[in-house]
Design a protein around this ligand. Structure first.
Ligand SMILES: [Cu+2]
Length: 136
């Protein structure tokens, strides 16, 4: 085996995540808040371009906050352990449905500022997203 081939194989083994970038997050928005501690919510589109179901496991923001995956059942919000995105499909996190809840913000989310966060999926993928503010 020649050296280039060997390096190629090692890279594939070390960075399998790069080879399987399957999730596309788009149109992420977040509600602006007036003061620290006030909860907010994130909405977006998630597209799974891969051939297997992928689950969103959790989200983490750049600024200190606690992000929870939420669904709505019988008009009430509840925390979810994961959000499933079927193969070759898109799902919407939207008002009245699935969303990411943002608790314990140490600073308010200001209008016209972005809110960077990361999504962690069960296929090992980590997707960086920037939500733009959108009024209620
Ligand atoms: Cu919620």
């Amino acid at each position: 085996m020649n050296t280039m081939k060997k390096i190629g194989l090692i890279c594939t083994a070390l960075f399998p995540l790069i080879a399987q970038a399957e999730i596309i997050a788009s149109q992420a928005t977040i509600f602006p808040t007036e003061k620290a501690g006030q909860p907010s919510a994130i909405f977006m589109q998630l597209q799974n371009t891969g051939n297997e179901t992928v689950n969103l496991l959790f989200a983490e923001s750049q600024q200190p906050a606690r992000l929870e995956l939420h669904g709505i059942h019988n008009g009430k919000m509840h925390a979810l352990n994961g959000i499933e995105i079927p193969a070759k499909q898109s799902i919407s996190l939207k008002r009245g449905g699935l969303h990411i809840m943002v608790f314990d913000l140490t600073q308010p989310i200001q209008q016209d500022k972005t809110f960077p966060f990361k999504l962690f999926f069960d296929n090992g993928e980590v997707v960086a997203v920037e939500a733009t503010t959108q009024s209620k």
